[in-house]
Design a protein. Sequence first.
Length: 344
Amino acid sequence: MHADFLSSQTTLSRRQALALLAVPVAAPLAAPAWAAAPLPQITLAGPPAIVSAPLMRMAETNALQGVAQRTVFTAWRDPDQLRMMAMGGKADVLAMPSNVAANLFNRGAGVTLLNISAWGALWVVTRDAQRKALQDFKGEEIAVPFRGDMPDIVLQLLAAKQGLDVQRDFRIRYVPTPMEAMQLLITRRVSHALLSEPGVSLAMRKTKSFPVGLIAPELHRGADLQQEWGRLFQRAPHMPQAGIAAVGAVRAQPQVLAAVVQAYAQSLAWCRSNVLECGRMMARHIDLLTPEAVADAIAVSQLDAVPAAQARSDLEFFYGQLMTRNPQLVGGKLPDAVFYGQGL
């Protein structure tokens, strides 16, 4: 099963990552009683997704000026680059899928989860308006990015819960990134793609599937994976999909972590209240994005910056379900309390 999660295109980089993780880890960092001076710089990193918008806002407004002289944002393109950045000291705070954070922690990388902020942004986008549930796509080809990572593992989990096998019952076309899945959909090389926001809204904008009132839009939101999660597991229709985590030496400075948590929550609130301005900001940082698509994405995404300790019960249920499929998706066990920042 584990081998099925690894694509041939990413094997080398993952071996490099595992090799790095095999290096003995230093003793746990001891928190200083007081920071002597602001850090010269804090580097924030994230994917081209809504979860990164508050990080961009924090960098543009120098929101961490109380604890750092400079705050910068840099983008990661795929989960393998994320893993290498997290372990290579290339960033201090990274937006990442929740299972990647747990996996890194359990394999010995210094990771403190700060919050979960993305609770619902996954859809199967389709040209067929009649397909509304995941089972409606049985036998169909679906373009899926990031093989073995979010959102692929969510697709596999939801399929298995209703007696479907992704490899047997669907024709999955794996692609390296969400943007490539979106391009296949827009250019009509596939009829269905598993996308997260803002990729969903961008695809619909590019094919003039907005406004919703058009008689025959080209693309439709098909299976809402959040609703599928709620229906199949008899829970609220939201999943703890992604958030932000601190890595490396910054974990030893609780006042810095507290400032990051507060600034992220405030920046997310700003994005929700200023959707077009937030869209213009994201478009400056991420090629191909448009302000209108980001605004659409914010309107339909479940965004709520929940501190990690408060999200622990939701995370442990989610991790438990992943472990039934493949324990190594979260590093073989549930993370302990240290992972959750001990109440930050």
